[in-house]
Structures are given as structure tokens and as C-alpha cells.
Design a protein around this ligand. Structure first.
Ligand SMILES: C[S@@+](CC[C@H](N)C(=O)[O-])C[C@H]1O[C@@H](n2cnc3c(N)ncnc32)[C@H](O)[C@@H]1O
Length: 416
């Protein structure tokens, strides 16, 4: 697509997670880099027959849930255990009995919270917790958590649904702001919640919203697996007809950082060390220890090579000594990981499987990294056919940043 044609692309809020907010289960929790269910459904529209749909980068399980709602079999993997828990809750089937018992459990929870008849749970070990919640909200959340634990069984549907509502409430009562590319704090630093807020009511409203979605049972199935997209055959079985996914972008967004309030409260994180380790395993992660490791990281000799990529890496490295090297290594490692992913993908694709990667380009020190082109080159090198790249929307950050759908067909065997 020419630069002129790209200029005419709009930001298209309907192609971002904003579209999902009022779409039942898709709106349960926001993940800033989640994509819009609309993109996924438009791509899935081409499949009338039930298909096996894979999303190797699950995130909030948008693809798997859409696939299940359309009667397909959706399978999805993610390396983040919180997202796997959430994706399972989002794609599960809930009987009328479990919806009713969650409602009753919620009433008991509210009663216990209002009467303060229960010992509060300990506050999570999240760094600078006082920046996140004012004292009153924190106390409320601690009592709410212990009441949920007391009124529902571990690993039950009721517990899952109550915890999804808890996640919604903890964000509403926090000082988190979503007006930047990644989650930040509200500008005014205001740390008190408006007096008129009835926190119990916030939670009741959230559980009502969650239960409404829970009653919309998908016709097909959604399976969410903890696994590494660089080793797909260890995680999933059989072959797939369609891949619709949005991999991490090379833009230094850390999913662990984005998700830390949920992950700390629900016990998936207990300190900075684990957060950094998990981010290091995540493609594109650069939080904490992950950044310092990048400085010493060495690009393997068998890595994917491309002269345009090499030029971009040198361009980035030449800006600033240490930070130039860290960022060049960041991009190089990202490409190594995506190459490993594509190599593992082909072992789980059926003949003529169609793949769609929704991905954005990046810039570092003014050097444009055309990630979509490297994806095309990788697919080509592996033997994919009918490779196309369609710009689908302009991103709202810098003028040269776009989102693309890189698509291709797998002919059934690797190029010799
Ligand atoms: C852009 S997000 C996906 C968003 C998703 N499409 C949605 O709508 O919510 C990318 C996801 O890839 C996951 N991820 C990163 N590295 C991974 C890996 N090696 N294996 C599996 N998942 C990984 C991240 O945890 C993150 O959830």
C-alpha cells in the first residue's frame, strides 16, 4: 500500500479493544493491546464450515471466544498464567445453576463486606501500592477478597466469576488511567475516590455485567492452554485450518506491567523478581530484569537474517551507546522469537490453512522497523503462499505507525 493510501486510513476505534467494552464477555476486562472482536469476526466471516481456529497469542482470548460463538473450535495459547486463567473463565460454559449460585454468593459477599464481619485478606505486594488505591479502597478490596474466598469454593465457576468481577472493581477503584499507550496513573494524582461512590454497589454492578455475559453460552468450544508460541507442538494437538492472532508488537509494551494489578491481587505475582522473569519469557518483554539481560544478549548465528533488518538494527545501535545497544538487541531478539514461532507454527497447520497476523510497525530513534515486511519475508522463506499485507488502521501515537493484517496460505510442506 502506498504512503498516500495509508494517509487516508483512519484510527478506527472500532478496530481496537474499545469496541469490545459492550460486547458481552468480550467486555469483561480490558487489555490495552487487545484487538477488536470486529476484526476477528470479519476475518472469520469467510468460514462458513466449522473450522479449527488457532490463536497462538491468546491475550484476553478474543479469537477463541469469537470462534466458539461461531460454532468453531477455538484453541489458544499464552505464556502468561493469569491470561490463561482469564481466557478459561471467559470461554467456559456456565449452567443456570452456577449463575444462580454465583448471584447468591455475591449477596453473601456484599453482606459480609458491609458488616465487616470478616478478617481482611492481606494487601498484595505490588510496588507503591498507595499510588494505586487510597486507604479506603484498599481496605474495601482486602475485605472483598477474603469474603469471595470464604463464600466460594476454590477452582469453582462461582469463584472464577466473582474474581472476574473483582478485577473490574479493583480497576474502577484505582488511580489507573488508560489514556496512554500503556497503563499509567491519573494525571491529577488524585488518590481519593468520590464520596458518593458506594464500593459495594460497584462490585454488585460488575457481577451483574459478568453474569449477563456468562449466560451467553458459546455454541462451539474454546480451549485455552498455557504454552509457548515458540514450541506450539508441545502445547496443542492436531492441525488447524485458520490462524487469527495479534502477536506482541516490537513496541516495548510489557503485558506483565500492564496486567500487574490483576496479577498481584489474584496471586499470580508476588514480587518484582518473578515479574521480570515472566516478562523475559514473553516475546517483546522488557520489564525489570528483562531489560538488563538484553544488554548481554547475543544474536544467535542461525537467526533470521535480512539486509533491511540488519540496516535497521545498525541504525538503532548507532544512536546512544548503551540504550542504542539495548534497543537494537530488543528488536533483534523480537525477530528471533517470532522466527521461532513461525517455525513451530507450520507443524500444527493443515494443508491450505490460512493465517492472519494483526501487527503494527515500530520506530526507534526515528528508525522505522517495518515489522510487517519481516513477517512477510519469514513466511515466504518457510514456503507460505499468497502472502499479502493490508494496512487496516492508523495507530494514534506517531504518524508513521500503522496496523496491518499480514496473511498467507500454508501449502502443506516447507520450502526445500
Ligand atoms: C497483543 S497480545 C494479544 C491480544 C489478544 N489478541 C487480545 O485480543 O486480547 C499478545 C499476547 O501474546 C502473549 N505472548 C507473548 N509471548 C508469548 C509466547 N512466547 N507464547 C505465547 N504467548 C505469548 C502475551 O502474553 C500477550 O497476551
Amino acid at each position: 500500500m502506498s504512503m498516500d493510501a495509508r494517509k487516508n486510513l483512519r484510527q478506527r476505534a472500532d478496530y481496537t479493544q474499545k469496541f469490545n467494552e459492550n460486547t458481552g464477555r468480550h467486555g469483561w476486562l480490558r487489555l490495552t493491546p487487545a484487538y477488536s472482536v470486529k476484526i476477528v469476526e470479519e476475518l472469520m466471516d469467510q468460514y462458513a464450515q466449522p473450522a479449527r481456529v488457532l490463536d497462538p497469542f491468546c491475550g484476553t482470548a478474543t479469537t477463541a471466544l469469537s470462534a466458539a460463538y461461531r460454532g468453531h473450535e477455538g484453541v489458544t495459547t499464552d505464556i502468561n498464567p493469569f491470561l490463561v486463567w482469564f481466557g478459561r473463565a471467559k470461554t467456559a460454559e456456565y449452567s443456570c445453576a452456577s449463575v444462580d449460585s454465583t448471584q447468591s454468593a455475591c449477596a453473601r459477599v456484599i453482606e459480609a463486606v458491609n458488616g465487616r464481619t470478616i478478617e481482611p485478606a492481606p494487601a498484595p505486594a505490588i510496588h507503591n501500592i498507595e499510588r494505586w488505591w487510597c486507604q479506603e479502597a484498599l481496605e474495601f478490596l482486602c475485605v472483598l477478597m477474603s469474603s469471595i474466598e470464604a463464600e466460594s469454593e476454590e477452582n469453582s465457576s462461582e469463584r472464577d466469576l466473582l474474581l472476574v468481577a473483582f478485577c473490574r472493581t479493583l480497576i474502577k477503584l484505582s488511580n489507573a488511567a488508560f489514556n496512554h499507550q500503556s497503563m499509567s496513573f491519573k494525571d491529577d494524582g488524585q488518590l481519593s475516590i468520590p464520596l458518593e461512590i458506594d464500593m459495594g454497589q460497584v462490585f454488585s454492578d460488575d457481577i451483574r455485567f459478568v453474569l449477563k455475559g456468562a449466560q451467553e453460552t458459546p455454541e462451539g468450544t474454546g480451549r485455552v492452554v498455557l504454552g509457548d508460541a515458540r514450541k506450539l507442538s508441545d502445547a496443542v494437538e492436531g492441525s488447524f485450518d485458520l490462524v487469527i492472532t495479534s502477536p506482541p508488537y516490537a513496541n516495548r509494551i510489557s503485558y506483565i506491567r500492564e496486567l500487574r494489578p490483576y496479577m498481584y491481587w489474584l496471586g499470580f505475582l508476588d514480587g518484582g523478581r518473578r515479574a521480570g522473569e515472566l516478562d523475559w519469557m514473553t516475546i517483546g518483554g522488557t520489564w525489570g530484569v528483562a531489560t538488563s539481560r538484553l544488554l548481554d544478549w547475543v544474536r544467535p548465528t542461525e537467526a533470521f537474517r535480512d539486509p533491511v533488518l540488519d540496516a535497521a538494527l545498525s541504525g538503532i545501535e548507532s544512536h546512544g551507546r548503551k540504550s542504542g545497544r539495548v534497543l537494537a538487541n530488543y528488536v533483534a531478539k523480537y525477530m528471533v522469537d517470532i522466527w521461532a514461532h513461525f517455525n513451530s507454527l507450520v507443524s500444527v497447520l493443515g494443508k491450505d490453512a490460512e493465517v492472519h497476523y494483526i501487527v503494527g510497525n515500530s520506530t526507534f530513534y526515528g528508525v522505522l522497523v517495518s515489522v510487517e515486511r519481516f513477517y512477510m519475508a519469514m513466511l515466504e522463506r518457510l514456503g507460505f503462499e499468497d502472502i499479502e499485507c493490508r494496512a487496516i488502521r492508523k495507530r494514534n501515537s506517531k504518524k508513521e505507525l500503522f496496523e496491518f493484517d499480514v496473511s498467507a496460505r500454508w501449502p502443506g510442506r516447507k520450502r526445500r
